[in-house]
Design a binder for this molecule. Structure first.
Ligand SMILES: [Ca+2]
Length: 193
């Protein structure tokens, strides 16, 4: 259990620092962008909270780095796109996306990374969550409670294989939050790379 809690404590520290920095920036610029960093655990059968609750009128720009192990029978770790050779079946959290890809959730909407260097933008207000695309099992559900502020994922009806149990590693996500750009905006806003 502690190996889950420690990264979470680290996350809180990052969030706290990020908030302080953003407050300082707000004094000089209304276009300040607040950046949050979160390590999403491959073995977590839970929607892991990013620490970001997106307000109305704001856009979250999400990118990811690193690789994680999703299937012990694969000879490689995979990035945010997952294993591009395999399209997930109905037993997966998001069927049709790549097996082992990074999933992003706000409300009931789930988006999947299809490329490792993809940039996903979200304008829907609400809490932003992440998890790996794998098969939810009963074993995984029992361990999901370790994820503080996470949403455990119920086992799939046709659950098979090891699910989240043979996963390891983390993918690091970066969530940059800024005001949604409008055409009438007098100044050039941030968010473009
Ligand atoms: Ca797995």
């Amino acid at each position: 259990m502690h190996r889950f809690l420690l990264p979470f404590v680290a996350l809180l520290a990052v969030v706290a620092l990020g908030s302080v920095a953003a407050i300082a920036e707000d004094e000089t610029s209304t276009n300040a962008e607040e950046v949050f960093v979160k390590e999403v655990q491959a073995e977590g059968q839970a929607w892991q909270y990013s620490g970001v609750k997106l307000p109305k009128g704001y856009t979250a720009t999400i990118t990811a780095t690193g690789t994680w192990g999703i299937n012990a029978t694969w000879d490689k770790k995979v990035g945010a796109a997952g294993n591009t050779d395999y399209q997930a079946s109905d037993a997966y959290v998001k069927s049709g996306a790549h097996e082992g890809c990074l999933l992003v959730r706000v409300g009931d909407t789930i988006q999947a990374f299809s490329k490792d260097d993809e940039v996903i933008r979200i304008n829907t207000p609400g809490k932003i969550y992440f998890c790996a695309n794998d098969v939810a099992t009963n074993e995984g559900l029992a361990r999901a409670e370790s994820f503080v502020q996470g949403i455990p994922i119920q086992p799939a009806k046709d659950a098979h294989g090891s699910g989240y149990q043979d996963n390891d590693g983390v993918i690091k996500v970066r969530v940059a939050v800024g005001k949604t750009k409008k055409e009438s905006s007098p100044k050039k806003t941030d968010g473009e790379e």
